[in-house]
Design a protein around this ligand. Structure first.
Ligand SMILES: Cc1cc2nc3c(=O)[nH]c(=O)nc-3n(C[C@H](O)[C@H](O)[C@H](O)COP(=O)(O)OP(=O)(O)OC[C@H]3O[C@@H](n4cnc5c(N)ncnc54)[C@H](O)[C@@H]3O)c2cc1C
Length: 399
């Protein structure tokens, strides 16, 4: 049996980019639906550390570029949303930490202060007085300097729930093998076809937008888009769990300033109430060349060296590999801004960073308006709900 449906926009992928976009498009009056082939957030989003960056990492790489300035505006933009005053109401999203810190070896204090000043970050990155140290660093038994960054940390699971809360009737689970694209004579995709058991769904669209992270390339190939160039960068992330572990949110930087901090730690709570330290940064980038055992050994050594005052005996350690998915805009270099590529009436989009999602979505909405894509269809999805299920939410790697 064939069922037909018309919508303005169909989004593929229910990570942060697709979900944020769905919220914004619908509030702009577009009829939009989102199709997810696995679980909501189950790609990079749930694996992310949830740090809303203010640009320090970019500045560490050299000069403050346009993109670094764009990211510098993001914490304020997110904070507005978290207070219920932004373009999306995130007031029910849980914050894991209002502050994010940078910890450096005391030996490089003056070098670092000069460096931060030269990068125009003075005023945004402040040295924390010892009397104001958070509990974790009050216990420190090694000399170091603590800086407070404009960054903060959101709980990605709760963010996903908030982004889905008012959109449930517009999000559907599909089998990625069940999609076909029908092109018109100009090469535009006018119909997305989904074969669901004995039902054939034909969805007419003005625009298709791929926000499928690592899945973007396969979708682009399927849609015969030859201009999409993507890349993946693997990371071997480590987490450790222990009940009485104190929470900490910090980049630890080494003696040499580099794009990636030596270690980036965020703290979470697992389903049993144990604290989870989630470890990224240079450890995760370099870790892809190590076996799991070697990576855990490297992580243990680094934590002992950086936080010798913390008792990690009895902690349970694990690691896993996950790819960052990005546009390949500059011959395999790391892009530093959100980015999209349009070919015919299909847009392929990457936020590059969780943090930059609001900026990506602004660009997409401006682009639609500039190309005369206006709301035309009604938003009644009852027909689709009778055939397609809702996808489940992803669970964190430690649960
Ligand atoms: C380990 C790690 C830590 C990170 N930490 C941070 C951080 O602290 N701060 C920060 O700013 N950024 C961080 N990032 C980057 C950030 O997580 C990503 O930029 C962001 O989550 C990408 O979101 P997305 O929605 O584009 O992709 P994803 O989250 O990967 O979502 C893509 C979705 O598309 C679905 N999909 C795939 N194929 C199809 C298909 N054919 N049809 C339909 N759906 C499909 C997938 O199942 C998935 O749900 C981190 C990334 C990683 C990997």
């Amino acid at each position: 049996m064939t069922l037909t449906y018309s919508t303005d926009i169909v989004i593929f992928g229910g990570g942060i980019a697709g979900l944020w976009l769905l919220n914004r498009l619908r509030s702009e009056g577009y009829a939009a639906i989102l199709l997810e082939s696995d679980s909501l957030g189950g790609g990079q989003t749930i694996a992310s550390q949830g740090i809303i960056h203010g640009g320090l990492k970019y500045a560490l790489s050299g000069s403050i570029t346009g993109a670094a300035s764009a990211i510098a505006d993001m914490p304020a933009r997110w904070r507005n949303c978290l207070q219920g005053n932004g373009d999306i109401d995130l007031s029910e999203c849980r914050l894991l930490s209002q502050d994010y810190y940078m910890w450096s070896n005391a030996g490089i204090r003056s070098k670092l202060i000069t460096f931060l000043g030269s990068k125009g970050l003075r005023g945004r990155v402040e040295v924390v007085a010892k009397t104001d140290y958070p509990d974790f660093f009050r216990q420190a038994t090694v000399a170091g300097i603590l800086y407070r960054l404009p960054d903060f940390v959101v709980d990605t699971e709760s963010l996903l729930h908030v982004l889905v809360k008012n959109q449930g009737g517009h999000i559907f689970k599909i089998d990625s093998g069940a999609i076909e694209f029908d092109h018109d004579d100009a090469g535009n995709i006018d119909t997305v076809i989904i074969q669901q058991q004995d039902q054939r769904l034909q969805i007419s669209v003005q625009r298709s937008i791929f926000c499928a992270g690592e899945g973007n390339q396969a979708l682009a190939d399927q849609a015969k888009l030859d201009r999409t160039k993507s890349q993946t960068r693997p990371l071997k992330m480590v987490y450790l769990k222990k009940r009485e572990l104190p929470p900490v949110y910090v980049h630890c930087i080494g003696d040499s300033f580099s794009l990636t901090p030596k270690l980036t730690v965020t703290s979470h709570t697992d389903a049993d109430g144990s604290t989870v330290w989630y470890l990224g940064g240079e450890l995760a980038e370099a870790g892809v060349k190590r076996s799991d055992d070697q990576q855990i050994e490297a992580a243990m050594k680094l934590c002992d060296e950086l936080f010798p005052w913390v008792d990690l005996i009895g902690a349970r350690w694990q690691c896993f590999t996950i790819n960052r998915a990005e546009a390949n805009v500059d011959n395999d270099y790391r892009p530093d801004d959100a980015c999209f590529i349009e070919q015919n009436n299909v847009v392929v989009a990457w936020p590059t960073k969780f943090t930059l999602t609001p900026s990506l979505v602004d660009k997409l909405i401006d682009h639609l308006a500039a190309n005369a894509v206006t709301p035309l269809q009604q938003s009644n999805t009852n027909k689709l709900s009778s055939v397609l299920d809702q996808p489940k939410f992803a669970t964190t790697h430690w649960d």
